[in-house]
Design a protein. Structure first.
Length: 410
């Protein structure tokens, strides 16, 4: 049967990304490290240049014209983020430096809400930035960290999750999509069950946002975090979405300018949301460019992105598995365009080095998810992660490069 034709013209889209025209080691760049960071389209680059060329000024402070223009642009970006994630209120969107910063705001904020014997639940599939801040929280409070285990396919064992939940559970934090394996976790179910025992849930959306458009109200997430740089935006900016009631309860994370109402040496009162969590001069240009990146991705459409990336995933999986001795880690039915693999008896780093010589950027190593590598008892994997601007021809180039690496290394 004829496959459904995607409404996405990849050759036209590639024209939007200047970096895709360059060569690496004398070969056309094939960029398959999208799970680490995405590439930047010209409209986002133009937004950054326009900011520094025309209206660079500090925000929320001056009455002068430039400051007002910059403030309006920054607050418009916040509005775009609110609309994209479908938050109920604009002040529920805190602009941060990224996922890691956002998680630390929440993990630090919970210090006063947990005590010895309370429990918090994480999944076996997490990025280090959704593990370590919570371990630090447990160290401060005496709370206990429980882990939802995974199976060989890289799927969470949901019946064990049921057993872990109790009235001691105060917080659950899982990623929506695993950066190391691509598994899509059943977060609706995870959130629903946590709420039944009165626990709050933080969803790490760093890896899902490039592929799907999350609706924080429909999900009923208490917190949802992501980074702009995986969404065609710049580095150093991201978001913390939190339900208003939670953000009002949490203490500020950092003290400084912008987050205050009144300051005297006797007592300082804090600003309201969202400024309470935005101490100091933020990444103004980055925030504005984040808004432009969301506009760009929405102009392509997340349904189109998801269906095209699925085609790439199917094609890449099939082609790579034709190589003898190649094993794919993360074989969940429900996954995005990330393929983590190894060649039998060959170190992933050696494959990555040869593949790079051929102009292909893949990630090798533990992908900031050492517990997953420990589960499979491997030092790491080679990870090819596809974006909507990649092509099947590029996958063919990867397959040839991996075959070549295999020949040279075995
Ligand atoms: C990339 C990533 C992070 C960390 O994001 P930063 O932008 O480095 O803060 C956290 N979790 C997941 C799932 C990620 O993919």
């Amino acid at each position: 049967m004829q496959k459904e034709i995607t409404m996405l013209d990849v050759h036209k889209i590639r024209e939007d990304f200047p970096i895709l025209k360059r060569e690496v080691n004398g070969k056309p760049l094939v960029y398959f490290d999208n799970a680490a960071t995405s590439q930047t389209p010209q409209v986002v680059i133009d937004t950054i240049v326009e900011y520094y060329s025309n209206y660079n000024a500090n925000i929320h402070r001056g009455v002068h014209t430039l400051s007002q223009v910059a403030t309006d642009a920054y607050e418009l970006a916040r509005k775009k983020v609110q609309e994209h994630f479908n938050a109920q209120h604009i002040h529920e969107i805190i602009l941060t430096s990224g996922t890691t910063h956002s998680i630390n705001i929440v993990a630090t904020g919970f210090t006063n809400f947990l005590s010895k014997g309370d429990e918090v639940i994480v999944s076996a599939l997490e990025h280090h930035s959704n593990i370590v801040p919570w371990q630090m929280l447990c160290d401060r409070t005496g709370a206990v960290l429980k882990v939802i285990p995974m199976n060989e396919d890289g799927e969470l064992l949901m019946d064990v999750y049921d057993d872990l939940l109790s009235d001691k559970t105060k917080l659950v934090f899982v990623n929506h999509i695993s950066n190391a394996l691509g598994t899509i976790n059943p977060i609706e179910e995870i959130i629903g069950k946590a709420h039944k025992v009165g626990a709050a849930v933080l969803i790490d959306g760093a890896q899902s946002c490039p592929h799907v458009k999350p609706d924080v109200q429909a999900l009923d997430a208490d917190f949802y975090v992501a980074s702009a740089h995986k969404l065609c935006g710049p580095t150093g900016v991201g978001l913390l979405y939190g339900k208003e009631e939670w953000l009002n309860k949490l203490p500020p994370y950092q003290g400084g300018g912008e987050m205050i109402d009144q300051v005297t040496f006797e007592k300082t009162t804090y600003a309201g949301l969202p400024h309470k969590f935005e101490a100091g001069t933020p990444n103004i240009c980055g925030g504005i460019a984040f808004g432009a990146a969301l506009d760009y991705m929405n102009s392509i459409g997340f349904d189109n992105i998801a269906s095209y990336e699925n085609e790439l995933l199917e094609y890449g999986t099939k082609k790579l598995l034709e190589i003898e001795g190649l094993k794919i880690y993360g074989t969940s039915k429900n996954k995005t365009s990330v393929i983590s693999f190894n060649l039998e008896n060959i170190h992933p780093y050696d494959v990555g080095t040869i593949v790079d010589k051929l102009g292909i950027a893949v990630r090798t190593g533990h992908h900031c998810a050492q517990p997953i590598m420990d589960f499979y008892k491997i030092p790491g994997t080679i990870r090819a992660s596809f974006s909507f601007y990649n092509t099947k021809e590029e996958i063919d180039a990867l397959v040839e490069a991996v075959k070549k690496a295999k020949m040279m290394l075995s």
